[in-house]
Ligand binder design. Sequence first.
Ligand SMILES: Cc1cc2nc3c(=O)[nH]c(=O)nc-3n(C[C@H](O)[C@H](O)[C@H](O)COP(=O)(O)OP(=O)(O)OC[C@H]3O[C@@H](n4cnc5c(N)ncnc54)[C@H](O)[C@@H]3O)c2cc1C
Ligand code: SF4
Length: 517
Amino acid sequence: MAELRCLVVVLGDQLDIDAAAFDGFEASVDAAWMAEVAEEATHVWSSKPRIVMFLAAMRHFALDLRAAGRPLHYTRLDDRDNRGSLCAQLQSDLLRLRPARLVMTAPGDWRVLQAIKALAQANDLPLEIREDRHFFGSIAGFAEHAKGRKSLRMEYFYREQRKRHDVLMQGDAPVGGQWNFDADNREAFGAAGPGAVPPRTVFEPDAVTREVVALVGTRFTRHPGRLDRFGWPVTRARALRSLQAFIRERLPLFGRYQDAMWPGDPWLYHAHLSAALNLKLLNPREVVAAAEAAHRDGHAPLASVEGFIRQILGWREYVRGVYWTQMPDYLERNALDAQQDLPAWFWTGATDMACLRDALAQTLEHGYANHIQRLMVTGLYTLMLGVQPKQVHAWYLAVYVDAVEWVELPNTIGMSQYADGGVMGSKPYIATGKYIQRMSPYCKGCRYDPARRSGDGACPFTTLYWDFLMRHETALARNPRMKLQVKNVARLTDTQKQAVHERAVAIRCGEVGVAHG
Ligand SMILES: Cc1cc2nc3c(=O)[nH]c(=O)nc-3n(C[C@H](O)[C@H](O)[C@H](O)COP(=O)(O)OP(=O)(O)OC[C@H]3O[C@@H](n4cnc5c(N)ncnc54)[C@H](O)[C@@H]3O)c2cc1C
Ligand code: SF4
C-alpha cells in the first residue's frame, strides 16, 4: 500500500467539499475519513429526526466526495466492526491506514476538539487544524472584539460585522439610515390568522435517506421523535432549492412575523435553513448575499432583509464567539442555582398547556420549532420552572435537527436560561402567559387562563413568572433592567404571594400541566 500523506477527518457537521481541510488535497496521496458512530446519537438522547438528518447528509456527502474522485474511508453505523465512538473508530483506522498526518477543519464542538487532539497526541501523529472559513469571522476576531468588555452585546458586534463585511452598507452608514428594524418586526397575525402562508419546501426521502430512516427506526427505537414526516434537505442541491424558495416566497414577510406563532404551523415565514447551514450544506455568505440581492431588486422590504441578515451575520456568528471564548466552564454555569428536573413530558409532549403541547408535538414530529417557540414557550417555561440548565441543554441538543453544541449551548445557557448570569443577555427573558396570548391564539384553546396567577385554572406561565420574581427578588433588584418588574412583587400581599407559591409547588410536583389519559 502506498504511503498515506494526509488523512482528512470530516465530521458530520462539516459537509463542505470546499472546506479548508481539503486545501491541497491530492487523490494520489491523501484520503478523507468519515464515520457514523452511535456515541454521537447517544451522548445526549438524540431524536430520530436529528440522527437521520446527520446520517443521511453524511451518506450523500460521501457520494459527492467519491464522485469528485476523492478517496474516502467511510464507516457506516451498521458495519460489523464499527467501534461506536469517533475516537475509537479513528484509533482503529489509524492503525490500519498509518497516515503521516491528520488534517481537519476546526471542529464546532469543544468536546470533539479535545478528544481528537488527545488521540493525535497519544499516537504521536501531527494534527493540522485549519480555520473554519465557513463563518464570516474567526474566533480570534471575536476574542479581539470581546477583549476588555465587561459584557458582550450582540448589537455592537453585529454593527462591526456589517461594516467589516460590507453588508447592507452605503459607504460608512447602514442602508436605510438605521442599523436595526427590530421595532417593525414584532407583529402577531391577528384574529384572521396568517392566511395563505406558502407551504414549506419538503423533500421526499430518496433511496439513501430511506435506508437511513429504516436503520434509525430499528436501531434507535426508544429515542424520541417521529420519522414519518422527514422532509429536510440533506444534500447541497436540495439545500440550495430551500434557500431559493425562502427568498422568493417567505423573506418579504419574514421580519414582520418573526415573533408570531400560530397553532399547527411552526414554519410560517421562517427560513428553515439552520440545519443546512450548520451541517455546512449552505454557506452563510451565499444566504446573506441572496437576501441582500432580494432587497436591491425590490423583492423584499429592508426591515425583513435586515431582520433576517441580523440572525445570520449577527446572532449566529456571535453565539459561536461566545461559545469558544467561554468554554469549557460555560457548560457548567448555573447562575440562578436552578435545580428542578426537566418534566418528563418534554420528551413526549403530554401536557395540557396548549402552547407547550403544540411546540413539543412539532418538535418531536419534525425536529423543528421556530425561534420564538424555543425562546418564549419551551425555554421560558424551563427558566421560570427553575430546571437545571444542563438538563435543558441536553434536551435542546437532542431534539432539533439543527442542534450542534456551538450554537445550541449559548442560546440555551445564555439567551434562554440566563444561567451565564448575563454574559449574553442583560436580563432574563421572563413573561406571563399574556405574552403568549398577545403573539398567538393558543390561550383561546387552552384550559388555563393567562390573566390568572394563582388558584385553579391559573396559567402555569403566569404563576411561574410571579414565583420567579419572588424567588430571585433580591438578585434581580440589582439589575436596572428588571427594577420595574421586581417592584410589582412588592405590591402583592402576603396572602397573594402564598397563593402563587402554593400553585408553583403544585406545578413543580406535576399536579398541574401534565396531560392525563
Ligand atoms: C433555547 C434555544 C436553542 C436553540 N438551539 C439552536 C440550535 O441548536 N441550532 C441552531 O441553529 N439554532 C438554535 N437556536 C436559534 C434559533 O431558534 C434557530 O436557529 C432557528 O429557530 C432555526 O430556524 P430557521 O432556520 O427557520 O430560522 P429563522 O428564524 O428563519 O432564522 C434564520 C437563520 O438565522 C440563524 N439564527 C436565527 N436565530 C439565531 C440564534 N439565536 N442563534 C444562532 N443563529 C440564529 C439560523 O441559522 C437560522 O436558520 C436556538 C434558540 C434557542 C432560544
Ligand atoms: S393559557 Fe398559558 S398555558 Fe395555556 S396556551 Fe396560554 S400561555 Fe400557554
